[in-house]
Design a protein around this ligand. Structure first.
Ligand code: FAD
Length: 296
């Protein structure tokens, strides 16, 4: 199918883009990688009056670490940039594990992490990774800039809190206070598919004690699911078979899977349990112990 008619604008500055969003009418959409928006327009699930293509905006294609270790990912940083990133490979095990598991190489060459967060697909991989890491989104609009924690950014399936004149310019991962470890595992029917079950785990340790933990789930509910109880079961304790088993149980309990053609609800819940144990069992404190395998 072809999309409905729409006006297309390709601004050259952020101010111009924000002005187009503010003045452009009732239904204006930002176009980043187009890997979710264009298919939705072709299927007529979305029929915006205007697209504001941000691909010509300068200075948004970066990912970099501040001196204190805060990671910043610009709105035009592609999935493939993150897949090939030495910075991520060395410092962000959960993100480095997830990057090669997002879609297929063609999609990864165009799609963006920030676009994926904005799209808020319950089966999107980056939202659970960023939620586990305590990340946030920086939005810029006519009224200025604001930081929105991931936990508040996604309000439901395909919904976020951006105002109609705001652009998400950056995603931010806070600096780790301890040694980072973690991973992302994804069960998919075939390579390149959306997650049947995805599990993101990010921990920080200091002196053998887990000082911060985040666990979040992809594809097992109506939106990305954070698991604060499972994270709390790890925090303040050394990693052990017992704490890992407890966290795995609580994460499985937090999942809200439905039985469908991809598997039964109980099977999906069991995969959450297995993934938490597998990631944490293979990720004793180290910044290099990443788990980048696809699940069979
Ligand atoms: C075949 C296929 C397989 C896929 N498989 C997976 C998968 O396994 N896992 C996965 O996570 N994703 C998957 N995707 C989706 C892919 O990751 C997309 O790249 C991503 O969801 C959206 O990023 P984008 O840059 O392409 O955004 P776009 O498609 O350009 O935009 C998506 C939405 O976000 C909004 N938006 C984008 N950027 C901004 C911004 N900076 N500010 C405000 N609003 C913005 C748009 O207006 C639109 O509503 C797949 C896509 C395809 C086509």
């Amino acid at each position: 199918m072809f999309p409905a008619r729409f006006r297309y604008e390709a601004p050259h500055s952020l101010d111009e883009a924000i002005g187009l969003l503010r003045d452009g009418g009732d239904y204006v959409k930002v176009l980043a990688g187009g890997q979710s928006l264009v298919p939705m327009m072709k299927l007529r699930f979305a029929s915006p009056d205007m697209l504001v293509d941000i691909n010509g905006l300068p200075g948004l294609a970066y990912h970099r670490a501040d001196p204190d270790g805060t990671l910043r990912i610009g709105a035009l940083c592609r999935h493939s940039d993150l897949e090939r990133s030495e910075l991520l490979a060395g410092t962000q095990p959960t993100m480095a594990a997830a990057a090669p598991l997002v879609a297929d190489p063609l999609v990864r060459n165009r799609g963006t992490l920030v676009g994926s967060l904005c799209h808020a697909d319950p089966q999107g991989d980056w939202a659970s990774v960023m939620l586990a890491l305590g990340g946030s989104v920086i939005a810029q609009g006519a009224g200025g800039r604001r930081a929105i924690p991931l936990a508040d950014f996604v309000t439901g399936p395909f919904q976020n809190v951006l105002e109609h004149d705001e652009i998400a310019v950056e995603a931010v991962v806070p600096a780790a206070k301890g040694a980072r470890a973690g991973g992302y595992l994804k069960l998919e029917r075939r390579v390149g598919d959306f997650a049947t079950v995805g599990t993101a785990v990010a921990i920080e340790t200091s002196g053998g004690i887990v000082t911060r933990a985040g666990i979040a789930l992809t594809g097992v509910g109506g939106s990305t699911i954070g698991c604060p109880e499972a994270a709390a079961a790890l925090t303040g304790k050394p990693l052990s078979a017992q704490t890992i088993a407890e966290a795995a149980e609580l994460a499985a309990a937090a999942a809200q899977p439905r039985t469908d053609h991809r598997g039964s609800a109980e099977y999906k819940r069991q995969m959450v349990r297995v993934f938490v144990k597998r990631i944490l069992g293979g990720n004793l404190p180290s910044t290099t112990g990443q788990t980048a395998e696809r699940a069979a």
